[in-house]
Design a protein around this ligand. Structure first.
Ligand SMILES: *Cc1c(COP(=O)(O)O)cnc(C)c1O
Length: 423
């Protein structure tokens, strides 16, 4: 049986493995719910981008909001990767990991004064600025601290990435970026403000994109602007940042391979005479998504008149993608049984009807069995909450037959440690 997603997650006989680690053993050793990631899978995903960029001036920034565990960041930092951050908190994670601030780009539509100050002090490579207001504030803060902020404007190219509305970001009417038809005026303003150095242009059109064409459309729109900016003598654009958003296979999607996408974009850049510029990417999901699984134990099976429920110990607080985006994620047993499957809704214990991980899934499982939710390495643990006073899951990194606990399971007393009783 071949599974969608990473080749590092596969059955050997009737047992599911990540690399050379049997998932039943990891569940036994570390408990459930448990996130398990394959370091090899993450590095292979990164290598696909890197090999297409050999000989090219480039910067690869892992969009760490997809999975910001320190060991994940360490894995990418050691492999030469930079980071795309969207908060001051993420910057502190990069610094705690020993990541290089000179390879950090600071994105996000609402940066605070304190975050800008800290990022300037740390020496981040570039601020991806999303409004004129932000530009002015950054100019003031940089001037006051006698520093120069390198900036790039995040332009909204108004292209339809063809994804779920909640994860599409490059259309008019979206909160992100500066409208394409205003961008030239904002560049002019940026070039005149003290404390700023205009260095690039940026976009990010959405997430879980499975086609090359929206990227090419967005790139064309950016290059049009670059030509206009330079023709008007406003600034020199050193780099073009095409953002992240490349999709992964959850079920039957067939996104382009990262190297194929990158080569198509480079070919377009060259064809339009922009080959001398640095090319930057901000991939998140495509670096970590398929590398991870969420393990859970079957607590109870309920066979009803209309539906059967498989109630597991992982819930929407552990993995919110199905509840939030109606995302389809593969669910398979950690140990295959030679029994006829039944159709189940796989649900968690949280008191919400929206608490489900998968609907109408054929599974041969018994109470006490473990299941794995596939391709859960991105936007899984990072979006976990403590709803229903549920401690968040533990996380394990695997490489070959080695397994490291990279985040301890929370304990209930941690959850209300900062709360106070009153008189
Ligand atoms: C989220 C985000 C990314 C990464 O998106 P993926 O779909 O995970 O690749 C890149 N850039 C910015 C600005 C983002 O907000």
């Amino acid at each position: 049986m071949t599974l969608p997603g990473s080749p590092h997650v596969a059955y050997r006989g009737s047992e599911l493995f990540v690399d050379d680690c049997r998932l039943s053993d990891l569940a036994q050793r570390f408990g459930t719910p448990l996130y398990v990631y394959s370091r090899r899978s993450m590095l292979a995903a990164l290598a696909a981008y890197q090999r297409a960029l050999v000989g090219r001036k480039h910067l690869l920034c892992y969009a760490m909001k997809a999975n910001s565990n320190l060991a994940v960041l360490q894995t990418f930092a050691r492999a030469g990767c930079g980071f795309d951050i969207v908060s001051g908190g993420e910057l502190e994670r990069v610094l705690a990991t020993g990541g290089d601030p000179a390879k950090v780009v600071f994105s996000g539509v609402g940066k605070t004064r304190a975050e800008m100050q800290r990022a300037l002090q740390a020496g981040v490579r570039c601020f991806n600025v999303e409004s004129e207001t932000e530009l002015e504030l950054l100019s003031k803060i940089a001037t006051a601290s006698q520093r120069t902020a390198r900036v790039s404007l995040r332009v909204n190219p108004d292209v339809d990435a063809g994804t779920h509305p909640y994860i599409s970001t490059g259309l008019k009417g979206n909160k992100f970026g500066i409208a394409h038809d205003q961008a030239l005026a904002v560049y002019r303003r940026a070039a005149r403000l003290p404390g700023l150095e205009v260095v690039g242009i940026d976009c990010h059109i959405g997430s879980q994109i499975t086609d090359t064409s929206p990227y090419l459309d967005a790139l064309d729109r950016l290059l049009d602007l670059v030509e206009a900016i330079e023709a008007d003598g406003i600034a020199t654009i050193h780099h073009v940042d095409v953002g992240g958003g490349l999709g992964i296979t959850y079920t039957d999607e067939s996104p382009p391979a990262a190297d194929v996408l990158v080569m198509a974009l480079l070919a377009r850049i060259d064809a339009r005479g922009h080959g001398h510029r640095e090319v930057w990417f901000e991939p998140g999901r495509s670096l970590v998504g398929t590398a991870g699984v969420l393990l859970s134990e079957v607590l109870a099976l309920k066979h009803g008149e209309q539906k059967n429920f498989c109630i597991v110990d992982a819930a929407m607080n552990d993995l919110v993608r199905p509840a939030m985006y109606e995302a389809w994620m593969g669910i398979v047993p950690c140990t295959l049984r030679d029994e006829a499957p039944r159709t189940y809704d796989v649900v968690g214990p949280v008191c919400e009807s929206g608490d489900w991980l998968g609907r109408e899934r054929a599974l041969a499982v018994r109470e006490g069995d473990r299941i794995a939710v596939l391709s859960a390495g991105a936007y899984g643990m990072v979006m976990a909450s403590n709803y229903n006073t549920r401690p968040r899951a533990a996380e394990v990194m695997v490489d070959g037959d080695q397994a490291w606990l990279i985040r301890e399971r929370e304990e209930v007393r941690d959850l209300f440690a900062r709360e106070r009783l009153i008189e």
